[in-house]
Design a protein around this ligand. Structure first.
Ligand code: FAD
Length: 343
């Protein structure tokens, strides 16, 4: 029989917002388990832009996605959260007031007093270009995210797309790759204008190639690309020699199982919450970070951190209904400092 894992809080999603809420809950003596579909901790920061700099995290003038995740992990160390990776929360059933039975697609069963949904955009997946046989190259010479820039050093790289990811990676990889070619269907880009300007300047000075057309086929063997077959609008078809292709056609963020948990939704895709407690329409179930919606919502990491702090205050009332909650600062509270292991 499956052993039931009992906890005070189950966090759905190990992105930056789920991670920081471990800290806010930990300060209130609330221990947590965290579940994520991905095989790594860090959500979008670790999966989509680990080496890109973020400039709007308070107190960090510049920090990469992965550095932020590493720092958050260090910050929550005193609270020993238990991570369950590579599994998706599939069902949430209310069995008490409040008490929930939560299951994963890997067969785990949790009993938890509260649930914190920090599921970002839900389960996110790259949109793949409709190129026959592309699967044979995926993970080896066709990638939908840059995990390690070093993998592209001295290689010829074809980046496909016209949005921010395509332009950002063109600019980031151009200095280290042997040759970067940016391919877009037409000479109009959706990316930030200053990135487009920089890219055009590099192309004009011959430091990279900018081409227009569509990738209609791939050539290579054993998963290693040797060329991409390009068709231009004029009908001309040619093969461009390349070793790596990075298609950036956007992400499909599927709400996934969250939509079946009986929560009130905004536009069928985001979870409606109260801005006082970040509780959903179901008492005891909270939603923080990119997954939630309220008037004025900004999908920023710093907004998610604030939401986690207020969520923890309300979760405390469910977990310790008999206790009084006293507001304290980490700078001056010896009780908080003991919990953090610094006193
Ligand atoms: P996420 O980071 O999306 O994490 C959610 C996690 O939940 C994921 O790991 C997912 O696998 C998991 N999950 C989903 N459903 C389930 C389920 N059913 N069961 C188990 N696990 C589940 N924000 C800024 O503030 N500043 C920036 O400069 C900035 N730059 C960005 C650049 C790029 C290229 C991108 C894509 C985003 C950027 N963002 C930026 C946005 C920022 O990354 C998000 O706001 C942030 O990641 C949201 O954190 P989160 O924890 O809510 O969700």
């Amino acid at each position: 029989m499956t052993e039931i894992i009992k906890t005070d809080v189950l966090i759905v999603g190990a992105g930056p917002v789920g991670l920081f809420s471990v800290f806010e809950l930990g300060l209130l003596d609330i221990r947590v388990h965290v579940v994520d579909i991905l095989d790594k901790i860090g959500g979008q920061c670790a999966e989509l832009y680990p080496e890109k700099p973020i400039y709007d995290i308070p107190g960090f003038p510049i920090v990469t996605g992965q550095e932020l995740v590493d720092n958050l992990l260090k910050q929550i160390e005193p609270f020993s959260p238990v991570f369950h990776l590579s599994r998706m929360i599939s069902t949430i059933e209310r069995i008490g007031d409040p008490l929930f039975r939560v299951t994963t697609d890997a067969g785990d069963v949790f009993e938890t007093k509260t649930v914190v949904i920090a599921a970002g955009g839900g389960s996110f997946q790259p949109k793949k270009p409709p190129i026959e046989g592309i699967e044979a190259y995926e993970g080896k010479s066709v990638s939908y995210a840059v995990r390690q820039m070093e993998a592209f050093r001295d290689r010829s790289v074809l980046i496909v797309g016209g949005g921010d990811s395509a332009l950002d990676w063109t600019l980031n990889l151009q200095p280290i790759a042997k040759r970067v070619t940016l391919m877009h269907r037409r000479d109009a880009f959706r990316a930030a204008p200053h990135s487009v300007e920089k890219m055009r300047a590099l192309a004009a000075e011959g430091a990279m190639d900018l081409k227009f057309g569509q990738v209609v086929g791939l050539e290579g063997a054993d998963g290693q690309l040797s060329g991409a077959v390009i068709r231009e609008d004029s009908g001309t078809v040619y093969t461009l020699p390349v070793e790596h292709m990075l298609p950036f056609f956007g992400l499909t963020m599927k709400l996934g199982p969250v939509s079946s948990w009986g929560l009130d939704l905004h536009n069928d895709e985001l979870v409606l919450v109260s801005t006082e407690t970040f509780e959903t329409s179901q008492p005891g179930i909270f939603a923080i970070g990119d997954i939630n919606w309220y008037p004025g919502k900004l999908k920023l990491i710093l907004s998610g951190f604030h939401e986690g702090a207020l969520m923890a205050q309300k979760a405390f009332r469910y977990i310790y209904p008999e206790k009084r909650l006293t507001f304290q600062y980490t700078t001056s509270s010896s009780s908080l400092q003991k919990k953090l292991g610094v006193l």
